[in-house]
Write a protein that binds this ligand. Structure first.
Ligand SMILES: Nc1nc2c(ncn2[C@@H]2O[C@H](COP(=O)(O)OP(=O)(O)O)[C@@H](O)[C@H]2O)c(=O)[nH]1
Ligand SMILES: [Mg+2]
Length: 215
């Protein structure tokens, strides 16, 4: 674990103000520590939405309008209004304080793009796994990949209007998550909510780092 991540969340505030919510300023020249985080999850679970809502730069997204041809291939059950799909990946940036910058990488959800995942977790400190409780089983593959790669993660339940509300214990059981993996609820469309999910991940990483430094 990176020993420099000793105070990863500063005062719990991320850059961007009411006057300048995006804060598209250049990086402060005091910036020293770039932390790579991954926003992972199945197709249509809200990854692009999360990276967009929380990034201070206009995120690089490679969204393409879904063609008729892909309609039978990509499952849109539950996300019928979704008309674009992320072909490569989302990328965003958040300045935590004058030294620390978070770089967010959203994973492509469709299995046919999984070859793009090679190397995606390399150098990543951790991941937020977004899940949709209407389609929990679609998260198994992603969770497996994270466990295989040894990338620490938290689970964020993205709530949709017709989602049945499950307790975090029920979700933990359904996803077979170890007790130490934090589970939070979030609304990926809201900046504060997406930010809170990322802060939960940062606190989790901090805890793991502290634990690994114990004699
Ligand atoms: N109600 C609701 N809709 C959401 C939320 N997050 C994403 N969506 C919608 O769900 C659809 C899929 O989101 P998207 O970010 O493209 O999913 P991705 O495939 O994981 O990148 C889009 O139409 C979003 O507007 C959320 O928290 N609540
Ligand atoms: Mg996307």
């Amino acid at each position: 674990m990176h020993s420099k991540v000793s105070d990863p969340v500063g005062g719990g505030q991320l850059a961007g103000t009411a006057d300048d919510p995006i804060g598209e300023d250049a990086l402060p020249d005091t910036a020293r520590l770039g932390v790579k985080l991954v926003v992972a999850g199945a197709f249509g679970v809200g990854k692009t939405t999360m990276v967009r809502s929380v990034s201070e730069i206009r995120p690089l997204v490679t969204e393409e309008t879904m063609t008729q041809a892909s309609l039978g291939v990509d499952s849109t059950a539950g996300v019928e209004t979704k008309t674009t799909t992320t072909v490569a990946m989302d990328f965003g940036r958040i300045t935590v304080d004058e030294e620390m910058i978070l770089y967010l990488f959203g994973t492509p959800g469709q299995e046919r793009f999984w070859f793009l995942w090679n190397g995606l977790f390399e150098g990543a400190l951790g991941a937020v796994v977004l899940v949709d409780t209407r389609r929990l089983e679609e998260s198994f593959g992603i969770l497996e990949k994270l466990e295989e790669s040894g990338t620490p993660f938290i689970v964020a339940i993205n709530t949709f209007p017709d989602s049945v509300s499950y307790s975090t214990d029920e979700v933990r059981q359904a996803l077979d998550l170890p007790p130490g993996v934090p589970i939070v609820e979030c609304d990926a469309r809201r900046r504060d909510s997406s930010r809170d999910a990322l802060l939960t991940l940062m606190h989790h990483l901090q805890k793991l780092a502290d634990a690994s430094e114990l004699p």
